[in-house]
Design a protein around this ligand. Structure first.
Ligand code: PCA
Length: 322
């Protein structure tokens, strides 16, 4: 058989592409239909297209490949090449990871983006020491309090079994006289159903993802902070890409960051409405609860600044300078 020059070129290009094609596993902790996960799927599709199939990113949602609390370590060790994690859940390694969960520091989507930009250089430096490169991060909607009963006074919170997702949420609970237990979102429904926990602080998004109205009755829109999911890559895996493929990854990550923040803001109000539509009482917090939370927030800001040292100060200074 005789090949035309053009057909020959197509064939050799396809073979070369096939030879260098690479697949990255991307463990994620939240459900496939959560907007963070959908955004990552769009990112993966765009990377595949941009690299002409040289790099395929396969998403494993809902903690199916690695559980939420295992994802960061898996990427560090190269057991997965890329992953998404609530970085603040690793504040025990380094307090700076909780920069996005300081109560009442940044309480709007706009402020959250400013805080992200302020933290970026510090995070990149700290993560590089762990062989990780941060690619993009996307906010959760503002955090509110969920309870299984109306809670109008600080006293009514005392003794409540509280689901925490990082050390910051555990500390909020402690300072409010509650009893925290760390539970991944993927295990939340079971923890609520079995009475391991009966309250939490989270966004409307997670309340809807986990249909928490089956076990809890009240949502108080306290707007405490907007934590972020961060997508990061193993440094060796990123360095191992061709220059063109690496550029695709970095460009598509920047696009995913913008798209994700817009999506979060667009969906936030609807999540809270869905909670109400399913029978939850949605209210602002009482004045007494607000005052207590502000007091807790002050204590925690001081504690975080102490723990995060120079790096923490650099983030807050850069944020306030904007
Ligand atoms: N949802 C995540 C983290 C913050 C949020 O809004 C969770 O509850 O696990």
């Amino acid at each position: 058989m005789k090949l035309t020059a053009a057909a020959f070129l197509t064939l050799t290009t396809a073979l070369a592409g096939a030879a260098s094609a690479e697949t990255w596993d991307m463990p994620m902790a939240y459900p496939a239909n959560n907007y963070h996960t959908e955004n990552a799927q769009t990112f993966a599709d765009a990377v595949k297209e941009c690299t002409g199939g040289e790099l395929e990113i396969v998403i494993h949602a809902g903690g199916s490949l690695f559980k939420g609390d295992e994802i960061k370590r898996a990427v560090q060790l190269g057991e997965a090449q890329i992953g998404e994690r609530l970085l603040s859940a690793h504040a025990n390694e380094n307090a700076v990871f909780a920069y996005d969960s300081i109560p009442f520091l940044a309480t709007s989507f706009e402020a959250s983006e400013k805080l992200r930009a302020a933290a970026e250089p510090v995070l990149a430096k700290v993560l590089e020491e762990q062989n990780i490169v941060p690619l993009y991060s996307v906010p959760w909607p503002p955090q509110g309090l969920y309870f299984s009963k109306p809670v109008e006074s600080p006293e009514a919170m005392e003794g409540t079994k509280f689901r925490a997702y990082n050390s910051i949420t555990a500390r909020v609970a402690e300072l409010a006289g509650m009893v925290p237990t760390q539970v991944e979102a993927a295990d939340l429904k079971q923890a609520l159903a079995t009475g391991v926990v009966s309250a939490m602080i989270s966004s409307g998004a997670t309340g809807v993802d986990e249909s928490v109205w089956e076990d809890m009755t009240n949502f108080y829109d306290v707007n405490a902070w907007l934590p972020r999911n961060t997508v990061f890559v193993n440094k060796d895996a990123l360095d191992g890409l061709s220059d063109a493929a690496r550029t695709c990854v970095l460009d598509e990550a920047a696009a995913a960051q913008t798209r994700g923040a817009e999506k979060a803001a667009e969906l936030a109000g609807g999540f809270v409405k869905t909670l109400a539509d399913n029978g939850m009482d949605v209210n602002p917090p009482s004045e007494a609860i607000s005052a207590k939370l502000q007091e807790i927030g002050k204590t925690m800001t001081t504690e975080w600044l102490e723990n995060a040292g120079e790096n923490g100060k650099a983030i807050v200074d850069a944020y306030e300078a904007q």
